[in-house]
Design a protein. Structure first.
Length: 382
C-alpha cells in the first residue's frame, strides 16, 4: 500500500518514523480507533472526526495526523492548480484565516517543491477569494490551516494536517542533551520493550531523560496532547460549538484517568546530563530518582521490572570502546527484567534478542532490541 492509497473506509493517516509503523498501529488499536491499517510511513485509521481528535490527544508515537483529501492526475502546474482548486476549502478556511502549504516530491515538469507549494496555495486562495471576496493570508510559521501536497510521478495528493505542530513536542523538554532522542521514538521503545508500566524502571544511560519521562508519562496514563494549548483543527472554520464540546469532553476524560507512575531510576556518568534530566522531569511533573554512576556500577539490587537504554551511536556522541561489553554485562545483571535498547545498526553484542525492529532515528539506521525477562518479575525493594 502506498501513501496515496487509502485503506478501506479509513479516513485519517497518522505519520510515524520509519520502522515504528507496527508499534503505532498497536497503539491506535489500543486507543479503540477503528479501521487501523499499517502502511508505509504511518497508519491509516478512523472514520469520525472525533477519531482524529483522540489520536492527536493520545498518540505517543504518531508525528502528525492528516486527513487525505484528494489524489489526482498532475503532470504540470496547471493540473496541480486545477486539482487543488477542485477541493471545497470553505469548510475549513475563510478570508480571515492564515494558510501554509508544505510540498514534497517531484516529476518531470514539477521539479521544485517551492513552486509546488506556491501553486497549490494560489489555488486555495483564489477559490476562497472568488467565493467570499476576501483572501486568506500566508503564515509559514503558525498557520491556522496547514496542507501537505505530495507529487509522485503523474499523481498528486493533498492532505489536511490536524495536528498543527509536530506531536513529538510534549512541552516538557526544558533541557536538551548533545544527542537528544525524539519523544515519539522513545515512546516507541517503551511500547516495544514489553514493560507494562506497573513495576519500577531504570535507565542506566539516562542522559536528558527522554526514555524515563516517556515511560513515566505512559505509566501515569497522562495523555501527551494535554500539554498542547490547542491543535491545528481547533483553529479551523469548521471547529464549531459542537466540536469544542467534544474536545473538552475528551480532555476531561483524559485528566480523570491519570494515576501515579511506579518508581523511575536514572543514572549517568555525566553530572550535566543528570541536571538536564532533573530539569526535564520537573517540567514534566514526573518524579525520578537519579544518581551519578558509570554503566559498570549500575547495580541490579534496585530490583526494577524494566530496563531501557539509548547508548551512544558513535555519530553525534562518541561511543567508548568498552561500552558494548559493559552493556552486555548490565543486561545480564538485570536478567529477570524486561530489557530493551535503541542502538545503531550493527551495534556489537553477544546477547541474543527476543525481538528486533529496524527503525530510523532521523537519518541514522537503528534497531530496537528487546530481551525478555529470564525468570519471574522481581518486586521493588527500597
Amino acid at each position: 500500500m502506498t501513501r496515496t492509497e487509502r485503506a478501506p473506509q479509513a479516513r485519517f493517516f497518522a505519520t510515524a518514523a520509519k520502522g515504528t509503523e507496527p508499534l503505532l498501529a498497536d497503539e491506535l488499536v489500543e486507543l479503540g480507533l477503528p479501521e487501523v491499517r499499517e502502511a508505509r510511513g504511518g497508519v491509516y485509521f478512523g472514520r469520525a472526526t472525533r477519531d482524529a481528535y483522540r489520536a492527536c490527544l493520545w498518540s505517543r508515537i504518531a508525528m502528525r495526523v492528516h486527513e487525505p483529501l484528494a489524489s489526482f492526475a498532475c503532470r504540470d502546474g496547471d493540473e496541480l492548480y486545477a486539482g487543488v482548486k477542485a477541493i471545497d476549502w470553505l469548510e475549513h478556511i475563510d478570508g480571515q484565516c492564515t494558510l501554509a502549504v508544505r510540498a514534497s516530491g517531484q516529476n518531470e515538469r514539477l521539479t521544485h517543491t517551492h513552486f509546488i507549494a506556491v501553486r497549490a496555495k494560489d489555488a486555495v486562495v483564489d477559490q476562497v477569494r472568488e467565493r467570499q471576496g476576501a483572501r486568506p493570508s500566508v503564515d509559514r510559521d503558525s498557520p491556522d490551516v496547514l496542507l501537505f501536497v505530495r507529487v509522485s510521478g503523474e499523481q498528486a495528493s493533498v492532505s489536511l494536517d490536524y495536528s498543527g505542530g509536530s506531536l513529538h513536542a510534549r512541552g516538557f523538554r526544558a533541557e536538551e542533551g548533545a544527542a537528544p532522542l525524539r519523544e515519539t521514538l522513545a515512546a516507541a521503545l517503551v511500547r516495544f520493550s514489553g514493560w507494562r508500566g506497573d513495576t519500577p524502571l531504570v535507565d542506566p544511560l539516562c542522559g536528558s531523560g527522554m526514555l524515563l519521562l516517556e515511560a513515566g508519562l505512559w505509566a501515569a496514563r497522562r495523555a501527551p496532547g494535554l500539554a498542547q494549548s490547542r491543535f491545528g483543527f481547533e483553529r479551523w472554520r469548521s471547529f464549531d460549538a459542537s466540536a469544542k464540546a467534544a474536545m473538552a469532553e475528551l480532555r476531561a476524560e483524559a485528566r480523570a484517568g491519570e494515576r501515579a507512575p511506579p518508581p523511575l531510576f536514572g543514572s549517568d556518568a555525566d553530572p550535566r546530563a543528570l541536571d538536564q534530566c532533573r530539569a526535564n522531569a520537573e517540567s514534566a511533573g514526573i518524579s525520578v530518582n537519579l544518581r551519578q554512576a558509570p554503566l559498570a556500577r549500575v547495580d541490579a539490587g534496585m530490583k526494577p521490572g524494566g530496563v531501557l537504554a539509548n547508548p551512544p551511536y558513535g555519530e553525534r556522541l562518541a561511543r567508548p570502546e568498552h561500552l558494548p561489553r559493559d552493556l552486555d554485562a548490565l543486561l545480564d545483571r538485570f536478567g529477570a527484567c524486561q530489557r530493551a535498547l535503541i542502538v545503531s545498526r550493527g551495534f556489537p553484542s553477544r546477547l541474543r534478542t527476543s525481538r528486533l525492529q529496524a527503525v530510523f532515528n532521523g537519518p541514522i539506521e537503528c534497531e530496537l532490541r528487546r530481551y525478555d525477562a529470564a525468570g519471574p518479575r522481581l518486586s521493588f525493594r527500597s
